[in-house]
Design a protein around this ligand. Sequence first.
Ligand code: ATP
Length: 303
Amino acid sequence: MEDILQLERLTKVYGKGNHTAAENFTLTIKKGHIYGLIGPNGAGKTTIMKMIAGLTEPTGGKITIFGNEKDLEESRSRMSFMLEAPYLDGSMTAFENMEYIRYVRGVAREERIKEILDFVGLADTGKKPVKQFSLGMKQRLGIGMALLPGPEIMVLDEPVNGLDPEGIVDIRNILKRLCAEEKTTILISSHLLSELSELCTDFVIINHGKLVECFSDGELEERCRCFLTIKTNDINRTAAVLEEEFHVTEYQVMEKEEIRLYTHLDEVEKVSKSITDNGLILTKLALEGENLEEYYLSKVSQE
Ligand code: ATP
């Protein structure tokens, strides 16, 4: 797969050397992948995206886009960015807002507006001014405006922030289709990790401006530990039974009065029998796995 965006030891120090927002951040982005940029508040996500967009100058390091490290403005014309709430004129319709972008970005075909409004589910908004749109509709229009020039890479900073579950799913479906049908590469940040795990092919963890880890969805699956979730009417007694009968040490008592047992995964029947034989009432016994959120929290807490 082709490398289309490379960040090498990218560094940003704000002010007079007193705040390092990004430090030696190195990342290679491959064509057609969807990268989820995740990190705590203030980790440096927006700063990285702003440097890619050319909205803030790096204080160190190198950016290469489409193999070009010299004329970045030319390369950026093949990209689109939505780094804060999209700039929309509330008095104009969706079509008129798109028409404005068509003019500014020099997109030739007027029919493309109709195609894109269709794609983002706003084809039937007619004469309705954008100020009467819901937040979800505004975000979809913002994405439509970013899509108008047919970008090869899209950089989106928290595009689902504040949306309801339906709005979030709408954006997810739009981005998935874009990636599948147009092979558009996407870099997206969000604090909604369950959402990112549904959408992204790759994950990039950033903390204190530094890259913690970059891994694919397949690698995430391999790294997430599996466990047996056990729920009974007396969790402490259950833990004692597991220790006495199976000599287990690798387990955790979780909130919600559940135990996570990391061993004996292929002995579900034996575990279940010994719990019930000891007079306990078993209310849940399931083989489960860690998710992106738990993996992320374990990585960030190690920092
Ligand atoms: P969030 O998840 O809260 O949006 P973030 O990961 O996007 O955070 P950034 O906005 O990149 O983080 O900020 C990284 C750090 O740089 C923060 O400590 C922030 O206060 C600081 N910072 C950002 N912009 C500036 C600026 N213009 N001048 C000085 N410091 C800044």
